[in-house]
Design a protein around this ligand. Structure first.
Ligand code: ARG
Length: 561
């Protein structure tokens, strides 16, 4: 609001088309410089004057009630009259949700492989995907989350073989992922001594593809027990899927894709395999059929994309998958394009970087393995220990520790740009100080506690009469917090534009820091009625925004910690 008014006044002053200056206005890096800034560099070219001179001249001529303009070097800085603007900002912070276009956005997320360990990549995909899902929903899109389970492939031949040789039904039921992993590891160890195991595994997979009763029964069983375990983790992470459509779902849908590719003359033979050449796009060929005629990962993704577009009505298709699969997705999208699917341009790979836990990889085939569930448990028990120390009287300690522990992990992931590599330290992530989830949660609880102590006479007491506002002295801390509270929709838009939940996480951190500063310098529960009212309103808005931001990230907000 305030920026657009300043921008309109600038447009008028410079005889520009409406809306031009708005794209150029910036927030000064240091709030001491003012509330908004207009850089004059580009103007210098057209006006053939030094930018400093332009800034000085504009400062002379600029008039807008409640706004003071001053030149600082090549910048024109604006300072708002706090008494005039505070009332409007307080209104604005209440806000109304963005109402998007209702476009259907299908989000491929999590997508772990059955009978293989749930890797850290799957955890990141789950957490980032779920945040993007909520952000889209909040902005008025129609998101559809799909778990593209890796429930088909040669690994099932290996699993069945290993299970037949060394498996135990009981162990598999008790701890499916651990047992699957140990069977998997054992298979890979033993096959080095005994190559016939590999032949056996291939045979089992062939039987599975041909619909053999026993193979199918075992396959279903593996899928079912693993899914039960995955679901337990999804519950704890607060994640839900609109669709769980594993790779096997496309078994009967790939024939048509291969036929169409052939009919279009796009298939070529290469070393006995069938491929689509992508030389024109400087990419290696996309493999469609292996030399033994079986379909593979890219073929499934072609059928999957078509299903999502044609059957699920996707306007946009997002794939939240690790950066190491970039080439795969570029190839798949390029093939779709060659097949004449114009909508391929709405397919987007949303990559992310590696995450290590205290320097260790989570779930690797060999060597050190950290299990997701253990990581979650560890985070929760550390959170519980800290809470016990901080607030031994706390009611529902268990629930709160769960929310804080899980929140610590989610926040520790989402506060980073998704593409960067993360070296995750659980020790740090569960602290109540620093840039952590618990810090934000704790700040939220602190705001709630102030509101509780105030009784409920603060709610619905806006608008605060302008007379009252004009008497209030806006200190730096309250003013900065108030302005930041108004930014939430801009932040959501920015986060969506870049598919970056970290924008929301950073916003939550900023609010938490600003609130704590505000709280430090201002007594909220003071006896002075106007001050009390305004500060309570700010506190109330802060609590609302923090709950909003943490909610988007999938982090719980206990009112007491
Ligand atoms: N299951 C795959 C993996 O673990 C990820 C699947 C990603 N989604 C997709 N449509 N290919 O590598």
């Amino acid at each position: 609001m305030m920026l657009s008014q300043i921008a309109a006044a600038l447009d008028a002053l410079l005889e520009w088309e409406q809306g031009t200056a708005e794209t150029m206005i910036e927030l000064p890096p240091d709030p001491k410089l003012g509330d908004a800034a207009f850089p004059c560099f580009t103007l210098a070219k057209t006006l053939r004057k030094p930018p400093q001179q332009i800034a000085a001249e504009l400062a002379e001529r600029f008039t807008l009630e409640g706004v003071e303009a001053s030149a600082a070097g090549a910048y024109l800085n604006f300072r708002l009259d706090r008494a005039i603007y505070a009332g409007r900002l307080l209104q604005e912070a209440e806000g109304s949700p963005i109402t998007g276009t209702g476009e259907t956005v299908v989000i491929d997320m999590s997508s772990p492989n059955i009978a293989k360990p749930f890797g850290v990549g799957h955890l990141r995909s789950t957490v980032i995907g779920a945040a993007l899902y909520r952000m889209h929903a909040e902005a008025g899109y129609n998101p559809v989350s799909v778990n593209h389970l890796g429930d088909w492939g040669t690994q099932f031949g290996k699993m069945i073989t290993a299970y037949k040789h060394w498996g135990s039904e009981e162990k598999l039921k008790d701890s499916p992922i651990r047992e699957s992993l140990s069977l998997y590891v054992r298979f890979h160890d033993e096959v080095e001594q005994d190559p016939s195991l590999d032949i056996e595994a291939r045979d089992w997979f062939r039987r599975l593809e041909n619909g053999d009763e026993e193979a199918l029964r075992l396959w279903r069983y593996f899928v079912e027990v693993s899914l039960t375990e995955f679901n337990r983790m999804y519950d704890r992470l607060g994640v839900h899927f609109d669709k769980v459509l594993g790779e096997s779902f496309y078994n009967d849908k790939m024939g048509a894709v291969v036929d169409e590719l052939r009919a279009q003359g796009l298939l070529e033979e290469s070393d006995g395999a069938q491929v689509v050449r992508l030389d024109d796009q400087e990419m290696p060929p996309c493999l469609i059929l292996k030399s033994d005629g079986t379909t593979i990962y890219p073929t499934r993704d072609l059928a999957t994309a078509m299903y999502r577009h044609d059957q699920l009505g996707a306007d946009k298709l997002l794939y939240v998958v690790g950066a190491e699969q970039s080439l795969h997705f570029r190839q798949v999208f390029a093939v779709l394009h060659k097949m004449g699917r114009e909508w391929a341009k709405h397919c987007m790979h949303i990559p992310f970087g590696l995450m290590k836990f205290e320097g260790k990889k989570m779930s690797t085939r060999r060597g050190k393995v950290v299990f997701l569930e253990e990581v979650l448990d560890e985070a929760v028990s550390r959170a519980a220990a800290i809470i016990d120390e901080k607030n031994p009287e706390l009611q529902n300690r268990k629930e709160v520790a769960e929310a804080v522990g899980i929140g610590a992990i989610i926040f520790g992931d989402l506060k980073n740009n998704r593409i960067g590599e993360i070296n995750f330290s659980l020790e740090e992530a569960v602290q109540f100080e620093g840039e952590t989830g618990p810090y934000v949660q704790y700040t939220y609880a602190r705001a709630c506690s102030v509101l509780r102590r105030a009784g409920d006479d603060y709610r619905g007491k806006v608008p605060i009469e302008s007379d009252a506002l004009s008497g209030y002295v806006w200190d730096e801390a309250s003013w900065e917090l108030l302005k930041r509270l108004c930014d939430y929709q801009t932040e959501l838009k920015r986060g969506l534009l870049r598919y970056e939940p970290s924008v929301i996480a950073r916003y939550a951190l900023d609010l938490a820091k600003l609130f704590n500063r505000f709280y430090h310098y201002n007594k909220v529960l003071t006896d002075m009625p106007i001050e009390r009212k305004i500060r309570l309103q700010i506190t109330h808005l802060t609590a609302q925004r923090l709950r909003w931001a943490l909610g988007l990230l999938g982090i719980g907000t206990p009112e007491e910690i």
